[in-house]
Design a protein around this ligand. Structure first.
Ligand code: HEC
Ligand code: HEC
Length: 364
């Protein structure tokens, strides 16, 4: 064999080996965190300059989190034993296979109870100024304690949920690795505070970057079509942008539902008033995020429509006092569909078995 050919083969081999190493490191990285993004969070192709002056901001990609805590939080998110029935998980109502929501008018909870309000998505919920439609929980950690003890949701209570985790040696070990031993007793005692902290850490990773619209914001001009671009222009011109802006395309203010015309389809749900008891907060709600909106029908706190075009028309009528032509509505809908990003690809966690001291499921 002549030496020229030989060195070409060596070069090719070396190239192949190095690439395999790089690839496996990247994949291992994503697998370790248990959360990766469809297109690997990488973009290719040439971008012109980013559109930094737009009122909507792209979701940035961040892998800087505590992996062990996120992994534990993921297990808890899928842990049915946090519910009294041993059957309901956070994922039951915030299904990560269906946009982080349950696509039901109101959720089904303990003993098949129907909740009073539509479940919002958990995706991108870290961009909310507070949690719940009325903002009654200040952050994800505070929120996560709610459903476990809500009789209409998981039907358990914090003592029971924690005692179940405490009865499973794997959980005791994971919690003490992350949160350390109890200072007073030097024991491995799991607290509800740690449970909600870990769940919140997992939720922080549930973001959806790389939507076509974000790619356009980042300067990739052809990421959205002419029609979608016209839809975005209408979204700004008509005034939707006043309330739906920022990284989440919403989630950063409380607004009255029914500004231009009183919203008459549901007059029972008082919204923010429940928190502040201030008369002017009646029918005021946290503005929902519009990211991945095409995945999370039905719409509004009362699930009054399944149709995104109708939701856009309702907003026009009740919030802006406008009437759109069919073509305008469909352009805005086309724009809204560009807000669907890479869904977190979550590797389903395997949960440790119960022990003889673990409380049994209780359907009552
Ligand atoms: C039985 C269904 C059900 C279960 C189980 C459930 N949720 Fe929810 N979740 C809801 C509903 C309904 C709301 C809205 C309630 C409201 O705003 O008053 C909600 C709201 C939220 C929000 C606020 C989102 C926003 O935009 O304001 C987050 C975050 C959340 N849930 C996370 C969780 C976590 C974490 C768990 C598990 C510990 C969980 N949920 C279990 C139904 C459920
Ligand atoms: C004055 C503030 C405001 C304006 C302007 C506004 N919205 Fe909204 N939007 C809200 C609030 C508040 C809600 C939640 C209403 C509820 O369900 O209680 C909402 C809900 C929505 C929803 C349903 C979200 C979900 O998850 O259920 C969509 C879709 C929507 N808006 C789109 C639009 C569009 C399109 C426009 C412009 C035509 C617009 N909005 C204008 C405040 C506003």
């Amino acid at each position: 064999m002549n030496t020229g050919k030989f060195s070409t083969i060596i070069c090719l081999l070396a190239f192949f080996v190095i690439n395999t190493i790089i690839l496996s490191v990247t994949i291992a990285d994503e697998q370790q965190s248990g959360v990766g993004y469809g297109r690997g969070g990488r973009m290719s192709g040439g971008a012109s300059s980013a559109r930094e002056d737009e009122p909507i901001k792209p979701i940035s990609i961040n892998f800087d989190y505590n992996r062990a805590k996120v992994e534990l939080g993921k297990k808890l998110f899928f842990e049915p034993r946090l519910s009294k029935s041993g059957w309901i998980t956070c994922n039951s109502c915030h299904n990560l296979a269906t946009g982080g929501a349950d696509n039901l008018p109101t959720s089904i909870g303990h003993k098949w109870f129907l909740g009073p309000i539509n479940s919002p998505t958990v995706l991108n919920s870290k961009f909310n100024l507070a949690q719940f439609w009325d903002g009654r929980a200040k952050d994800l950690k505070e929120q996560a304690g709610g459903p476990i003890a809500n009789p209409l949701e998981m039907g358990s209570n914090h003592e029971l949920a924690v005692s179940i985790l405490q009865s499973i040696p794997e959980y005791v070990q994971w919690f003490s690795e992350i949160y350390g031993l109890d200072e007073m007793y030097g024991d491995e005692i799991i607290t509800i505070d740690q449970v909600t902290d870990a769940i919140a850490a997992f939720e922080e990773t549930l973001v959806t970057p790389n939507s076509n619209f974000d790619n356009w914001l980042n300067g990739y001009d052809n990421s959205i079509s002419e029609i979608e671009k016209e839809g975005y222009d209408l979204f700004k011109e008509k005034g939707c942008i006043v309330c739906h802006n920022g990284v989440g395309v919403g989630g950063n203010s409380y607004q009255k539902f029914g500004i231009a015309k009183p919203y008459d389809k549901d007059t029972h749900t008082l919204g923010r008033y429940n928190v502040t008891k201030d008369e002017k907060d009646k029918y005021v709600f946290k503005v929902p995020l519009l990211r991945n909106i095409e995945l999370t029908a039905p719409y509004f706190h009362d699930a009054s429509t399944w149709d995104l075009a109708e939701a856009v028309n309702i907003m026009n009528e009740y919030q802006l006092g406008l009437k759109l032509t069919d073509s305008e509505t469909s352009k805005i809908v086309a724009f809204l569909r560009t807000l669907t990003g890479d869904q977190p690809s979550v590797i389903f966690p395997i949960l440790p078995p119960s022990t003889s001291t673990t409380a049994k499921p209780n359907r009552n």
